[in-house]
Each structure stands twice: as C-alpha cells, then as structure tokens.
Design a binder for this molecule. Structure first.
Ligand code: CMP
Length: 228
C-alpha cells in the first residue's frame, strides 16, 4: 500500500486535498514491530502520530505493582498517539504490538503545519478526540455498573464492531491475537473469570472459540447481557 493510500483510508486524513496528502505522505516513516514489542511506555516523550497499515496495537497502563489494564485496541486503518501529538506532553498510556504490526509515523511538526493550513483536519481531530472520550465513558460505565460477564460481553461487542470480520449474515469473527489474559486486563478480572464467562457464552450458543479467534454468533444476546 502506498503512503497516500494509507492516509486516504485513515479517517483523520481521508478528505484532505491530494496536494496535502502528497506532502504528508513524504514525511511518513515506516516501522514494523514484532509481536510483543513495546512501541512506547506511558510517560515517555511523544512526538509522533502512528497510522496502522496492518496488525494490532494494544493500549495499556500499569499499576505500581505491575498490574496491567488494557484501555483500547487499535487495528489497520486506525491511528493512535494523537494525545501527545496535540499537547506535547508525555504519552498518556503505553502501546504494545499484539502481532506483527506495520505502522507509519508522522512527526508533530508536520502534523501541526498541516493543522494550521487545513481547518478540515482540525475538525477531524476533534471528532477523533470525541470518539476517544465516548469510548472511555462507555468503558468507565462498564467497569462501574456491570459484572464480569457483562463487561466481557461489552468488550466482545466493541471488538466485533470495530475490528470484526463478517463471516456470514450472523457471524462476526474477532481474530486479534488477544489472549484470555489480555482480555482479562480489559475487563478488570482474572483470566480464570474470563475463561468461565467465555465458556458460559459458548454453551449458550452466543459465541464459538477456536484458539485465539472468537466468533460472535448472537450479537443480540450479548448486547442484552450488557444491560443487566
Ligand atoms: P498518547 O497519549 O499520545 O499515547 C497513548 C495513546 O493511546 C493515546 O495518545 C491515544 O492515541 C491512545 N488511546 C486510545 N484509547 C485511549 C484511552 N482510553 N486512554 C488513553 N489513551 C488512549
């Protein structure tokens, strides 16, 4: 995929004029991260926005005792790192590759120059921040109001809607190389609790599990499980 095509499929840049896309494309630097490689840690200095060409990135924070919390998962066509890019402060969270991931980095100076010249980009970045805020609000709601199976149902729906691959009319596959331990860090539970909930969902016929691929077979039932 060319740098221009990558920019075009990233909503933040999709509707910029060709001249600006060409200028930005020339400043993108490609980097491949192997599975498990850390792109950056929370609080490290951040000067770049990352665009994902392929692969998956997990956004996480660590407690003082080393306990992990997953905040988000980003896949192909998405970008991340916009918070430090915008305010120039250290990274608000860490990022790790869940599988081999190809990214293109855009430096702060190039982004800010483009932001100055194209007001449409300002509108798109505001939309992205609004989306992050909504996601975080929904996540906080889940943690505060739902039990572990409810939180897991919400996480699976989020993953299916944003990263799922439609297999047929009723089936969406989530194939993100997420282990049950990593899923547990998303829903604030132990791996055993997540495993128990997955088995219940599977026995009810709502999902099927093949290795690290989870197929959603009944979105409606999963959604209802998030309402209790
Ligand atoms: P930045 O703070 O530069 O580096 C970490 C990135 O993770 C952040 O920018 C966002 O792009 C991304 N991210 C996605 N979701 C969240 C979240 N809920 N909290 C913090 N960062 C998030």
């Amino acid at each position: 995929m060319s740098n221009i095509d990558l920019l075009r499929r990233t909503p933040l840049f999709a509707d910029l004029p060709d001249a600006e896309l060409n200028a930005l494309a020339a400043h993108l630097s490609r980097r491949t991260f192997g599975k498990g490689m850390i792109l950056f840690h929370k609080d490290s200095p951040g000067q770049t926005l990352y665009l994902i060409e392929s692969g998956t990135i997990r956004i996480f924070v660590l407690s003082e005792t080393g306990q992990e919390m997953t905040l988000n998962v980003h896949g192909a066509g998405e970008c991340f790192g916009e918070i430090s890019l915008l305010d120039g402060k250290p990274r608000s969270a860490g990022a790790v590759a869940l599988e081999q991931t190809v990214t293109y980095a855009l430096h702060r100076d190039d982004f800010l120059r483009c932001l100055h010249d194209y007001p449409l980009l300002a509108q798109r970045i505001i939309e992205l921040l609004a989306e992050r805020l909504r996601h975080l609000t929904a996540y906080a709601e889940c943690l505060a109001f739902l039990d572990v199976p409810g939180r897991l149902a919400a996480a699976l729906l989020d993953l299916a809607e944003r990263h799922g691959v439609k297999r047929d009319a009723n089936t969406v596959a989530i194939d993100l190389h997420l282990t049950q331990t990593e899923l547990a860090t998303w829903v604030g539970a132990t791996r055993e609790m997540v495993n128990r909930a997955l088995v219940v969902f599977r026995d009810q016929g709502w999902i099927s599990i093949e290795g690290q691929t989870i197929k959603i077979l009944d979105m409606r039932q999963l959604r209802e499980r998030t309402l209790r």
